[in-house]
Ligand binder design. Structure first.
Ligand SMILES: [Mg+2]
Length: 196
């Protein structure tokens, strides 16, 4: 089970990591989007961190749902509902099947795919989340999961965007890493790093 102290560490790690990479996310989004991804994500995770006392005191499923709700309210853009869905669904699934982190994570990623009407290979956050979900189910260690996430971020570069604002660019989206894939890997890195 995850303790309140571990939950505090997770929330802090996510907020610190996103803040440290906000400029990088902004630059990635400027290349193929509207450039707001860094500021949006920082605003959302700063808001989560501001509520750390209330959120970390909750049981894990409720804490995850609280994080998701806060992200929906504060991140905005296309990413707010998607990241909100990821955490909300993860909380819901863990409440239904306590301790089955791999199964719950996979179902949460499916919920994001349904919310975004997207699938793997379309140069989105799913390009990172699905391979990590599969590796988690295969029992990979946190360090391996982080390496897989980073490799999948790089792999979005040569892909043409099919979904989201970047898809308006068509072939001009090729050669740029997807900002949502990068922020997904950063969040995974923060969470997994807190356990490693
Ligand atoms: Mg944007």
């Amino acid at each position: 089970m995850i303790s309140e102290a571990q939950l505090r560490a997770l929330i802090s790690a996510m907020a610190t990591t996103i803040a440290a990479h906000a400029d990088e996310l902004a630059a990635l989004d400027s290349a193929i989007g509207d450039g707001d991804h860094g500021a949006n994500m920082k605003r959302g995770f700063d808001a989560v961190a501001a509520d750390i006392d209330q959120i970390a005191a909750k049981p894990l499923p409720d804490a995850l749902k609280a994080i998701g709700t806060k992200l929906v309210m504060t991140v905005g853009g296309a990413s707010g509902p998607l990241y909100g869905t990821l955490f909300l669904a993860l909380g819901k699934e863990l409440a239904a099947t306590p301790g089955d982190y791999a199964g719950a994570f996979r179902k949460a990623v499916d919920a994001v795919a349904a919310r975004g009407k997207s699938e793997i290979g379309q140069k989105t956050m799913l390009d990172v989340l699905y391979p990590v979900a599969d590796a988690l189910r295969a029992g990979k260690e946190p360090s391996e999961l982080i390496a897989i996430a980073n490799a999948e971020v790089a792999a979005t570069g040569p892909r043409k965007a099919i979904r989201g604002r970047a898809s308006f660019l068509g072939d001009r989206s090729i050669g740029h890493i997807d900002p949502g894939a990068r922020s997904s890997a950063l969040i995974l890195q923060a969470v997994l790093g807190a356990f490693a």
